[in-house]
Write a protein that binds this ligand. Sequence first.
Ligand SMILES: [Zn+2]
Length: 224
Amino acid sequence: MRIAIALLIAVFCTNCLAANVPKPPTVTREEWKSEPKPLAEDTKHTPKYITIHHGGVDWKPGRDPAEFVRNVQKWGQKERNWPDLPYHFMIAPDGRIFECRPLEYAPQSNTKYDLAGHVGIELMGNFQSQRPSEAQLRSLVAISAWVANEYKIDLKHVAGHGDVAEGQTSCPGKDLHRYLKDGQLVEWIKKTLAGEDPQVKPGAPLPDGPKVVVDTPVETTEKK
Ligand SMILES: [Zn+2]
């Protein structure tokens, strides 16, 4: 009896630890009206790396992120023959996380690197000329911590697209890559995994980097 109780407690506590890293809320594929084509069985993989991207096109405030996701999916199908989005998650300037390609399938890319094992997370915006929003950084930390916990990913394997496809791209852009370069992103993820509030705050603009945050309204002429 005592052994049974001890076992029960052990099982319960293992679950408690995992519960420290809940999956953040996401916009499901049904909600944003995904229209994927069938993914090839031989592209199934085991997630081992978290690879971070930016959209690479300047974000225009007021744009509908769901429409943006649908357009990227359509563009990839038409221009690249990609059955589904190249990324697993896309994060809008307001912090909403869109579920994209299912995690059990390898991503796709315009650049050359061994794609198997990579979980692609994209933040909408161009971080060579814009800055990611605080909401985007918070969501990036939350979803990365959840993926890392779920697949037991070594945090040494959290990198930017240009780090894994060396010399081929400036993605994820200067003002997002900075948090990989200085180790801040991994620190935030570690705190989340430890059940602490990571207190995510964007750093001051880099002296030679972009100054404007991605979701800054251009003008205040909105009517409603
Ligand atoms: Zn990229």
